[in-house]
Design a protein around this ligand. Structure first.
Ligand SMILES: *Cc1c(COP(=O)(O)O)cnc(C)c1O
Length: 398
């Protein structure tokens, strides 16, 4: 099992739990209990019930005939864009809120950057009746008004963070500070395969439903239960690990992920943590991140809010280092063009994040017998403002 963490939460050189001593009891409680809870019948039946009847799973695996003709391979799209709230994020949030309940926690806290994870968290807190505080940098609060309003409409309390650069990393610091002060009844809900052990492992297990479904669904179209390539995008890495998960130990399946290159890997305005980063510690784990020579984390840039993160989950760092998966930088412009391409060939407007994965279909080489699954992590509704600004060719046709 390539992705089984060791006793200290390491995947090869990466991972672990680099946390302030005052957080040890909280994290230890989770570490000691998460595996038992995930494997309990009670958890399994509640999780599966909510995925089916609330999130809307299984999501379809759509054969993309037009795209297949253009690429010269058999392309299938895994449709996480059809999940409730528009992306794969709810798979993880449902899992962790059930986990919190089974640990006897009464309150949920989370941090959010662009607001997508905050909205997902507020959604499930509303459903399952847990009060929820979402920490958000003050700058992000003013930039992301629709998501702030969504969270409030769903009943969450949004706490603007005024320290530092007033963005995601400051929101994270503030959430951790709050958790230290309220350790007994509060559960900290992390939105991707990042943070200290056991979060990356737990989130990966919740998102692994994506690849479990691919195995079942591909059989209906092809004489196999494994594609030849799985293609994803990586921010923190959760949709990607979910789509890779059950194929990682099968060396026949090529795993390829798009990193957000922003304006280019060497432009200084990038979020390509594997291609442009170095090893270090971010948010409690050892991984690749973008930092200055003296170890200050640098600001990431990507047109896509969900990929605009200066680190990468430790499992991906490991898969990159042992060369089990390949990480290819995709620029803002390539992603915009790929979104336009998918819209006009298959009638699907992807999220900007997912458009990075679609762009790999133009960069990689395929043969006609290849069976390629592209994980469409989310839908493009939230990104229409960017598309309207960037797609001159479409505007000229109006
Ligand atoms: C948040 C988000 C991502 C990035 O997060 P991962 O943890 O890397 O999956 C990708 N796609 C969409 C649509 C998102 O909302």
């Amino acid at each position: 099992m390539i992705l089984k963490p060791d006793i200290n939460g390491f995947y090869g050189d990466f991972g672990g739990a680099f946390i302030p001593e005052m957080l040890y009891p909280n994290v230890k409680e989770l570490t000691d209990n998460y595996q038992r809870i995930i494997n309990s019948d009670e958890f399994k039946s509640q999780f599966q019930n909510l995925l089916k009847n609330y999130v809307g799973r299984p999501t379809p695996l759509t054969p993309a005939k037009n795209l297949s003709n253009e690429v010269g391979a058999k392309i299938y799209l895994k449709r996480e864009d059809l999940c409730h709230t528009g992306s794969h994020k709810l798979n993880n949030v449902v899992g962790q809120i059930l986990m919190a309940k089974m640990l006897g926690k009464k309150y949920i806290i989370a941090e959010t950057g662009a607001g997508q994870h905050g909205v997902a968290t507020a959604t499930v807190c509303s459903l399952l009746g847990l009060p929820c505080k979402v920490f958000m940098g003050k700058k992000d609060v003013s930039r992301q008004q629709p998501n702030v309003f969504r969270m409030k409409m769903l009943g969450a309390e949004v706490i603007p963070v005024e320290s530092g650069s007033q963005t995601l990393k400051d929101a994270t610091n503030e959430a951790i500070r709050y958790w230290i002060a309220n350790p007994n009844d509060t559960y900290y809900l992390i939105g991707s395969t990042i943070g200290p052990h056991p979060y990356p492992d737990m989130v990966a297990q919740f998102q692994s439903v994506i690849s479990a479904e691919i195995i079942e669904q591909i059989k209906h179209f092809e004489n196999t239960d494994a594609p030849t390539q799985v293609i994803t995008c990586v921010g923190g890495g959760s949709n990607s690990i979910g789509a890779f998960y059950h194929f990682i130990d099968n060396p026949v399946v090529k795993l390829i992920a798009a990193e957000a290159a922003g304006n280019g890997v060497n432009s200084g305005e990038t979020a390509a943590s594997i291609n442009a980063g170095t090893e270090g510690i971010i948010h409690g784990c050892y991984t690749y991140l973008m930092q200055t020579n003296d170890g200050q984390i640098t600001e990431a840039h990507s047109i896509s809010a969900g990929l605009d993160y200066p680190g990468i989950g430790p499992q991906h760092a490991h898969l990159a280092k042992i060369k089990r998966a390949k990480y290819v930088p995709i620029t803002d412009i390539e992603a915009i063009e790929a979104a336009n391409w998918l819209a006009q060939t298959e009638g699907i407007i992807p999220a900007l994040e997912s458009a990075h994965a679609v762009a790999l279909l133009k960069k990689e080489k395929f043969s006609p017998t290849d069976i390629v699954v592209v994980n469409i992590s989310g839908r493009g509704d939230k990104d229409m403002e960017e598309y309207m600004m960037e797609l001159n060719n479409v505007r000229e046709n109006i």
